[in-house]
Design a protein around this ligand. Sequence first.
Ligand code: 0O2
Length: 209
Amino acid sequence: MEQWNDFLAPYKQAIEELKVKLKGMRTEFDRDHVHSPIEFVTGRVKPIVSILDKAVQKNIPLDKLDTEMQDIAGLRMMCQFVDDIRKVVELLRLRNDFEIVEERDYISHKKVSGYRSYHVVIRYPVQTIHGEKKLLAEIQIRTLSMNFWATIEHSLSYKYRGDFPEDIQNRLQRAAEAAYLLDEEMSQIRIEIQEAQRIFSRKKDTQNH
Ligand code: 0O2
């Protein structure tokens, strides 16, 4: 147990630091009074049982966890609109406090389960009393609708141990489709609101001149 605590301590530190940094991005948008592409941010260190389960499933030796398990430190950035995801990824690419090692686009290429999300794997340097440690962390960027679906599917998958009865499987597929349509509909509404605002401000400008 002591060994696990030592192993996980820098991951906990990384999560605490990254939560402050990523939430800070939202604060900056709020301060500028512009729409924030980030709605909220969460983070967690993977529970030991989940680390062990995944290590067995993926054949990862326990002494290779730090290089082969990319999501021991996991963060989620939730967005209102699908377009916001691209903006968030661009902002992450501009940062100098970590290095992006991999990106996985499960939005253009959704998983067979129906899962959609954009994953960015980073190498993050944590400063410890024993020197600098570079750790892998996974940032999942998704809309509120994608998050809703993934959260429910994840808890059901835990209940059924990934082996869903056929009717549940079908319902989850339909729910994934509904989540996709909700995102599409919201994006369309947003475009129309933005157009209406542009016309309104053009009218105001001509009246003032
Ligand atoms: P937890 O409990 O969230 O930590 P693989 O596991 O083979 O699909 P890999 O290589 O580990 O893939 O990386 P991937 O797919 O980029 O990231 C895995 C994580 O993405 C998962 O972590 C989930 O958080 C999320 N995820 C991927 N596929 C699905 C899915 O079909 N449904 C849901 N709800 N989430 C998914 P863990 O370790 O599975 O679990």
